[in-house]
Design a protein around this ligand. Structure first.
Ligand code: FES
Ligand code: FES
Length: 131
């Protein structure tokens, strides 16, 4: 069981790692962290017509935080921002079968999705207001 979880985490390490240009149109960026364990997730979304076209992350932290962020990016690509905003850490942790002690790692991923969309909304509204 433990090995299976590690396998899942390892698989997820390789999806959507990297960064988008944070100044490009439609890109929202999140930086969230847990001071308690020193783990940080940077997550970005590229949105067009309300749909998340692309998502990237860079996570400095434990394997569960990396797997959670990777899974988060996979889940939200192709989704409407309103739908993606509703993803909870439970959706992530249950899929990854995280043990209780690692649940906060998936909470971090949930926060990262919401913060990235929040950043996009702020910029998007700023752009529409000036248009
Ligand atoms: Fe990625 Fe299950 S397929 S965690
Ligand atoms: Fe803190 Fe995983 S994010 S141990």
């Amino acid at each position: 069981h433990g090995q299976r979880r590690l396998y899942h985490e390892a698989v997820h390490d390789h999806f959507n790692v990297g960064m988008l240009d944070k100044n490009a149109a439609g890109v929202g960026t999140a930086l969230v962290g847990k001071a308690s364990c020193g783990d940080v997730i940077k997550l970005q979304v590229a949105v067009k017509d309300g749909i998340i076209q692309d998502a990237k992350f860079k996570t400095f932290g434990c394997g569960s935080a990396i797997a959670s962020s990777s899974l988060a990016t996979e889940m939200i690509i192709g989704q409407h921002v309103d739908e993606a905003f509703k993803i909870t850490n439970k959706d992530i942790s249950s899929h990854l079968k995280l043990p209780p002690v690692k649940i906060h790692c998936s909470v971090l991923a949930e926060e990262a999705i919401q913060a990235a969309i929040g950043d996009w909304r702020k910029k998007h509204e700023a752009v529409s207001a000036s248009a």
